[in-house]
Ligand binder design. Structure first.
Ligand code: URA
Length: 283
């Protein structure tokens, strides 16, 4: 049994996270990597997937209204219990920074009270040129210690999910959080904390310009879409964040506690993969 299968079995994930036959070989992220490897650097840059949206994000232009969701819908799902709602994110007045400046600014950030209790900030992890951008909620205890997102139990589950989808967590995705600092005791992010941190996430998105955003959990989904709808209502369809296709799914930590919803999360990943392929011109 492979290490991944063993991990998945140990974590009670069952066959839902097993890669399907031929999936890895056909996965667009792998195709892109193979293409890039076969081309000189400059050409590889320009041959990145041709996405027919214009992800030129004006940092201060988050739409005030709830972005319209596309009609692509999976079969109706029973809705989980309604969830509390974060305040809409504030518009960012931050000047556009380059990536290293942004990292430094986050590391030194004192925009909210979380700077008093954090061990360190957690900027993100993975490939800043990745085509998939995953957005979680906030660092937990382990993340606060290590300075990297999703390194605890939820992170192990996320890694398994990514592996089953044929994605390499370091090469094919970039992972960021709504908050860059740990809320004490892993409490929910407060609205003013989300607002204080939102400019950083906006700039990360602008720099990465992913082909697809996968929002994990309600804080990521509700913050980016500026909606109060529950995950149960938001998942199963494609949204747009400033012209970028965005799919919403459950947070891995929620899935650890609610195993039956793993099947829905799997459907979300299938949807995300399909949308990614379409957006990358292979649909
Ligand atoms: N949960 C998150 O949302 N992000 C992390 O980095 C870790 C746990």
């Amino acid at each position: 049994m492979s290490r991944n299968s063993l991990l998945q079995q140990t974590m009670g994930l069952g066959p839902a996270w097993q890669p399907r036959d031929g999936w890895f070989e056909q996965h667009p992220a792998l195709l892109l990597r193979a293409q890039a490897a076969a081309l000189p650097d400059a050409e590889a840059e320009t041959s990145a997937p041709a996405i027919d949206v214009a992800p030129q994000v004006a940092i201060a232009s988050i739409p005030a209204e709830t972005p319209k969701a596309e009609t692509l819908r999976e079969p109706a799902q029973p809705q989980p219990a309604p969830e509390a709602v974060p305040a809409p994110a504030a518009r960012s007045e931050m000047p556009l920074l380059d990536w290293p400046q942004l990292e430094r600014q986050v590391a030194d950030c004192q925009r909210c009270r979380l700077c008093e209790t954090r061990i360190q900030t957690v900027f993100g992890r993975g490939n800043p040129k990745a085509r998939w951008l995953l957005i979680g909620e906030a660092p937990g205890e382990q993340e606060d210690r290590q300075g990297l997102p999703f390194v605890g139990k939820a992170g192990q589950l996320l890694d398994n999910m990514l592996a089953a989808t044929g994605l390499d967590r370091e090469q094919d995705v970039y992972i960021a959080n709504v908050l860059k600092c740990r809320p004490p005791g892993n409490r929910n992010p407060a609205p003013d904390e989300i607002a204080a941190c939102h400019g950083y996430l906006q700039q990360q998105i602008r720099h990465i310009q992913p082909t697809l955003i996968l929002a994990l959990g309600r804080f990521a989904a509700q913050t980016l879409l500026q909606t109060e709808e529950s995950i149960g209502r938001l998942r199963g369809r494609v949204h747009r964040y400033q012209d970028l296709p965005m799919v919403v799914s459950y947070h891995p930590a929620y899935l650890l506690r609610n195993q039956p919803d793993k099947a829905k999360a799997w459907q979300d990943l299938l949807l995300a993969r399909r949308i990614f392929q379409q957006a990358a011109g292979r649909g």
